[in-house]
Design a protein around this ligand. Structure first.
Ligand code: THU
Length: 135
């Protein structure tokens, strides 16, 4: 479920973006199954490959505070784009790794547009960590 609070956290995180190369500010905010919320922004680098997306920054923050068993219940991605930006492939894979069964991904922009998906809709047939569990 998207809440106004989570949406505003994602929008606020946009203002912390370090994005001198793309000039695109991205914010993300997520709520875990335990109710705790974390946000992140994109952090670019002059060595472009070292750039980290807003979604992964929020997820790294959640793991570093809460530990590796986090379950993402809902994640909001905020940009100034229309239609609102959707997570890149790398972020979809990382969301998949830490998603709850019913994880929702909400894409929002400053015009108030909202698009909502399940994480499986954004990464159908995705590779899942269960595949590495030995019988
Ligand atoms: N970006 C994100 O933060 N999240 C995405 O899912 C897509 C792309 C950032 C990375 C880079 O700083 C800028 O947007 C342009 O690609």
């Amino acid at each position: 479920m998207i809440t106004e609070n989570l949406k505003q956290k994602a929008i606020k995180a946009m203002s912390h973006s370090y994005s001198p190369y793309s000039t695109k500010q991205v914010g993300a905010a997520l709520r875990l199954s335990n109710g705790k919320e974390f946000s992140g922004c994109n952090v670019e680098n002059s060595s472009f490959g070292a750039t980290v997306c807003a979604e992964r920054v929020a997820i790294w923050k959640a793991i570093s505070d809460e530990g590796p068993s986090i379950q993402i219940e809902s994640i909001v991605v905020a940009t100034d784009a229309s239609p609102p930006w959707s997570p890149c492939g790398l972020c979809r894979q990382v969301i998949n790794e830490f998603a709850s069964q019913t994880c929702e991904v909400h894409l929002v922009n400053l015009k108030g547009e909202v698009e909502s998906y399940t994480h499986q809709e954004l990464l159908p047939h995705g590779f899942h960590p269960d595949a590495l569990i030995k019988p």
